[in-house]
Design a protein around this ligand. Sequence first.
Ligand SMILES: *Cc1c(COP(=O)(O)O)cnc(C)c1O
Length: 454
Amino acid sequence: MEETKITLSEREMPGRWYNIAPDLPAPLPPVLHPGTGKPIGPQDLAPLFPMELIKQEVSQERYLDIPEEVQAIYRLWRPTPVYRARRLERALDTPAHIYYKYEGVSPAGSHKPNTAVAQAYYNKQEGVKRLATETGAGQWGSALALACQFFGLECKVYMVKVSYQQKPYRRILMETWGAKVVASPSQDTQAGRKVLAQDPSSPGSLGIAISEAVEDAATRDDTKYSLGSVLNHVLMHQTIIGQEARLQIEKAGEYPDLVVGCIGGGSNFSGLMLPFAQDKLKGGRKELRLVAVEPEAAPSLTRGVYAYDFGDTVGLTPLVKMYTLGHTFVPAAIHAGGLRYHGMAPLISHLYAHKVIECVAVHQRPVFEAAVQFARTEGIIPAPESAHAIRTVIDEALRAKQAGQRKTILFNLSGHGHFDLGAYDAYLSGKLEDYAYPKEKVEEALKALPKVAV
Ligand SMILES: *Cc1c(COP(=O)(O)O)cnc(C)c1O
């Protein structure tokens, strides 16, 4: 029998998150206070985050136990399966072995509940009543709405306006799980009103929505802020993915030559990749390639600069060193809404600067071509974000065929695309456009980078 799905029992689910901090080639650059330019301390973040998450953000401990209440919720859908993509392999006629970790089996349809549940838990533990957040395509907002519902917290979501308009079903998901949702830029915050005053038809961006959610949390005692990607603790919560996948690929009697994932803020790729990065940095797997895939329309790693910048558009967040297109850069309204961000996780940026990971940028039309080929062979309709990874996996599998090499490729299928069928419709009816790299707009935005004396 040809095995297709490699599963783990609930008992085999890892009980710890992996923190790569102590295994990094050099320490991460400090996070700076936007006013003073000095490294920030825990008290600076206390208005926004519960203390346990602030501690996790700077922790040097290699493993952190996952609380039993969080594990119990994880078990609603975890461990998630790893599939061997045999039908795709045959369609490509490639000697490569293609495996994918499928995170679309969570109730929200993506990897995001892995951190949403953990964050809601720690906020609840510290007496917080309400969480405010932003969402791009709606995956993060729905994950946090779900998690808040599990722990009896209120949830307010600032949803990027273009997605709010293109994706009403995600809003309905969030509302079904009990969240309050507004289109961002909104009239509910000063940050939103400021953007609307300048551009009443602003499509919004993750950066703007972050400004709104941060302001909401900072101005209310009962409320904290929650971020679905970028931060160290978020990336760490996602490492349950890669730890499971490492056990699964071992069960299949293989080890990957290539680990691939799409990057918006960097969390799903980190989740799969970091446990393998540990093997590469510490376990003698020097040849292992870790490949991030980003959209040409928001190419922060391949075309951005490695500099201190704000995480949001208005300039409310601390300054972090990352690959950035400039915090005032608003990416084109590509259909992979979860990848429309001007910056990149500091941890991903650090690993890229140290050449531990590599990155390719792809256009959205070839991405959808890959998505449809995947749907027609493997059955699952991938999220447009995840399809960026599929494009690169297919390209690598075809390269392996040309070279006659039997590569083993593992990628993260970070979510399903059932709420992105409008994008599939646009592709199938020939209406989808590619956006050239917006060189002038990026150059303009880079001029607005904050000046930092480091
Ligand atoms: C949000 C999202 C992404 C992008 O965010 P990362 O933090 O880079 O993972 C990718 N895929 C799916 C399905 C998402 O929901």
